[in-house]
Design a protein around this ligand. Structure first.
Ligand code: HEC
Ligand code: HEC
Length: 214
């Protein structure tokens, strides 16, 4: 029969390909080039998104979403990838990816353009050396608020709880700066805080000062 015959020859051809090309496997597979790339960012979610969001489809899917999406909407979108389509991401990765997407592809963007290292107007009554950097703006521009809020626990502890924990500790500022720079887990629970190795010393200090004032 015609179909069977051609099916056989396909099988035969396939067998030949497998035999001949065992040593040259990488060169025999030609996928269309992936031209879309995720926006570069110092946000730790960028790395996770780059790993996880191009598994099933082009990151153009992200590019094509409306820019009006806020953090809640991006979180819903990323959660849907996990629930509906089985994207291999856990709760922390969802928070990281969503926070990155909301700042680079959504409404957090305006605030997120506050540069990591530049100097927004000084907070007048801030008497520390971190005078020139606004800790609150830095929280937004680095999407810390994707996992933290001032008064409520989100994935990470509320900043009020962090301030309370360190009250009376003379090393508080240094410890908090280190916590932000290195990230980690186990101080508040099992969830992980991503590291922020690219934050400058001044930015770390401004963040610590602001958080400890809550
Ligand atoms: C396990 C496979 C898989 C992974 C991993 C995955 N997606 Fe998807 N994604 C899909 C499928 C399936 C669709 C629907 C495709 C369609 O309708 O053409 C989709 C569609 C989308 C859309 C279009 C809007 C929509 O809701 O249909 C966006 C935006 C999107 N994905 C973003 C992401 C992001 C961000 C990530 C990384 C967290 C991700 N995807 C990871 C499978 C995946
Ligand atoms: C992906 C989620 C996530 C993001 C984004 C995130 N954090 Fe966290 N953060 C956490 C978690 C989870 C913990 C608790 C870690 C632990 O138990 O050790 C934490 C803990 C902390 C603590 C307390 C550390 C201590 O010593 O007790 C501070 C301060 C903090 N984060 C600041 C920040 C700042 C500032 C940013 C932005 C630059 C940020 N976080 C971004 C999840 C996050």
């Amino acid at each position: 029969m015609k179909i069977t015959n051609s099916f056989r020859s396909i099988l035969f051809a396939a067998a030949l390909v497998v035999q001949c090309d065992l040593n040259a496997l990488p060169t025999t597979i030609t996928l269309p080039p992936e031209t879309a790339e995720l926006k570069p960012s110092a946000h730790p979610g960028q790395v996770v998104a780059a790993q996880k969001c191009s598994i099933c489809h082009s990151v153009d899917y992200i590019n094509l979403q409306p820019r009006s999406m806020n953090l809640t909407q991006w979180t819903a979108e990323v959660t849907k990838m996990q629930h509906a389509y089985g994207a291999p991401i856990d709760t922390e990765e969802i928070a990281q990816i969503s926070s990155y997407l909301a700042s680079e592809y959504g409404t957090e963007k305006a605030i997120a353009s506050t540069p990591l290292v530049a100097s927004p107007p000084a907070n007048k009554d801030d008497t520390t050396q971190a005078k020139t950097l606004d800790g609150k703006a830095l929280l937004s521009s680095n999407s810390c608020l994707g996992c933290h809020s001032i008064s409520n626990k989100v994935l990470g502890p509320s900043y009020k709880d962090v301030a309370a924990k360190y009250r009376g500790d003379e090393q508080a500022a240094a410890k908090v700066q280190e916590s932000i720079k290195l990230g980690g887990t186990g101080k508040w629970g099992a969830a992980k805080m991503p590291p922020y190795p690219k934050l400058t010393q001044d930015a770390l200090q401004a963040l610590a000062v602001f958080i400890l004032k809550q």
